[in-house]
Design a protein around this ligand. Structure first.
Ligand code: ADP
Length: 484
């Protein structure tokens, strides 16, 4: 196989016959041949990188091989050099070998000797090329691999981190080479976990699929799944190679799935509870009304009954909200105008606005507000938003509803921003707004916003808190015009 490797050969020989003979022999073997009659002619060439082999006459008129060799090596470090010499000059050939020549052949040239020498060069060349190819493939693999590859000495000294590892951790190899990788990447409290693969692999046991977090340069923590094995000889000494996959997103998704399952189970239980309690509350309501009749002459007792009634109303409200949240959202769509829904919601709050006055400002000019939606459900969404705005701000509260045309998942949509001039909320509250049962009100259920979002999502839309610094709260609803 190796004798099929075609070499690029430069023959430097002053004897014209010998030069021509060499060319014929080499071309017969399938190699590509260039000729030079002197050292000066050879050194003037510019195509050195393409050369695999130089065949060099030991005694040229303008220089001896051992003088020329260092300059040849400097120009073509990868090329092999074969010296052609006479019997009487073996000492010179040996000197040339010392200067880095690969081989020598004797004059007069014998075809078999030349062939054997070429074969050795071709073999070496093929090996070098195969090594280069596998090194390139390995480097490309390391660069493309979407995993963290670490190589460290058994005492933890970091020798290598793959490009993906550099990007994920924020540490560049040049800056951290030689640091202890357990100290560098181990998360406080779980460093021992990173030590374990070192100890296990040192005992010759590869470690597979163990989970251990790392801390990145910016302080963020990533959960990694590691495989580790011992490299008996990495640059002269044993080392450990660890390959880690970033499973942070996967873990988060798993945790969310477990949480969602748990919430679903709690939701079912609570809905049942709300339903059962409604019956009990109805009985208690009837008793309360009868009792009020019996003690109508006793103002103290009537006052207590009024407080009982208020508590009862609150419980009713809570159970209604829980049922509303847990029940599936069934939409009855028709072609509606969105502004009719928010006006309806504003009208429904008339009683509340008697004690907490507010004004509604609409900015809708030129916007097409028609869409296919459930008008009753949308009014529920706006009622929740308006109720919160009126409750949060100092009366009179100004609520602004601003509409614009938008695109959602490539579909035409209407965007409505509901904002107020109340106190708004800080970052901690903002992150929890849509969490069921999160409330800052003494009599709140914390279900208003989650229900509103569920209704909007059932329409194929989105509902978010506006990402803006201004004081006051702002919510953005984006509704597709048509059912998705
Ligand atoms: P609830 O009204 O029962 O508290 P919500 O889900 O409607 O439940 O609201 C959750 C919380 O979000 C409220 O308790 C309040 O802290 C905050 N919030 C909602 N809307 C506003 C607003 N417009 N201004 C200030 N805070 C608000």
């Amino acid at each position: 196989m190796t004798d099929r490797v075609a070499l690029n050969v430069l023959v430097i020989e002053d004897d014209a016959d010998a030069r021509a003979n060499l060319r014929d022999l080499l071309e017969l073997e399938g190699h590509r041949v260039e000729l030079a009659a002197s050292a000066a002619e050879a050194l003037a060439r510019s195509d050195w990188e393409t050369l695999d082999l130089v065949i060099l006459d030991r005694q040229l008129p303008d220089g001896r091989a051992e003088q020329l060799l260092p300059r040849l090596h400097a120009r073509a470090p990868a090329a092999a050099v074969i010296i052609v010499t006479g019997y009487s000059d073996l000492q010179g050939a040996i000197a040339a070998l010392r200067e880095g020549a690969s081989d020598y052949i004797l004059k007069p040239l014998h075809f078999d000797a030349l062939r054997a020498s070429l074969l050795r060069v071709a073999e070496r060349r093929a090996l070098t090329r195969a090594k280069e190819r596998s090194e390139t493939a390995l480097r490309q693999l390391l660069e493309a691999a979407e995993c963290v590859i670490l190589i460290a000495r058994e005492d933890g000294e970091l020798l290598y981190i793959s490009p993906f590892g550099e990007r994920l951790t924020g540490y560049e190899l040049e800056a951290v080479r030689g640091r202890n990788c357990v100290e560098l990447l181990g998360a406080a409290g779980s460093r021992q976990l990173l030590v374990e693969p070192f100890e296990a692999t040192a005992r010759g046991r590869p470690v597979q699929g163990f989970e251990c977090p790392i801390v990145c340069r910016d302080g963020s923590v990533r959960t990694m799944l590691w495989n580790a094995r011992r490299l008996p000889d990495h640059e002269g000494a044993p080392a450990l190679m660890m390959v880690g996959q970033d499973i942070t997103g996967l873990k988060l998704a798993q945790e969310r799935a477990v949480q969602a399952e748990r919430l679903a189970a709690i939701g079912q239980m609570v809905t049942g509870l709300a339903h059962e309690s409604r019956n009990a509350l109805q009985r208690s309501q009837a008793c309360l009304e009868m009792l009020a009749l019996k003690v109508r002459d006793c103002p103290g007792a009537l006052d207590l009954i009024a407080r009982l009634q208020a508590a009862q109303d609150h419980l009713n409200h809570l159970f209604e909200d829980v049922r509303g949240y847990a029940a599936p959202v069934r939409l009855i769509r028709s072609t509606i105008r969105v502004d009719e829904s928010w006006r309806e919601a504003w009208a429904q709050l008339e009683a509340m606005r008697r004690t907490r006055p507010g004004r509604l400002i609409e900015r809708v000019e030129g916007v097409d507000l028609v869409c296919r939606a459930d008008a009753f459900r949308l009014a529920q969404v706006f009622r929740n938003l308006f109720e919160n705005a009126l409750a949060a701000g100092r009366p009179p509260v100004t609520v602004v509803v601003e509409a614009s045309e938008a695109v959602l998942d490539g579909q035409a949509a209407v965007q409505v921003v509901v904002s107020d001039d109340g106190p708004g909320f800080d970052r901690a509250i903002r992150e929890r707004l849509f969490e069921p049962f999160f409330t800052t009100k003494t009599k709140g259920t914390g279900l208003g916003l989650p229900i509103a979002r569920r209704i909007v999502e059932a329409h194929g839309g989105t509902m978010e808190v506006a990402d803006r610094e201004s004081p006051g709260a702002a919510f953005v609803i984006t509704l597709p015009r048509e059912a998705p």
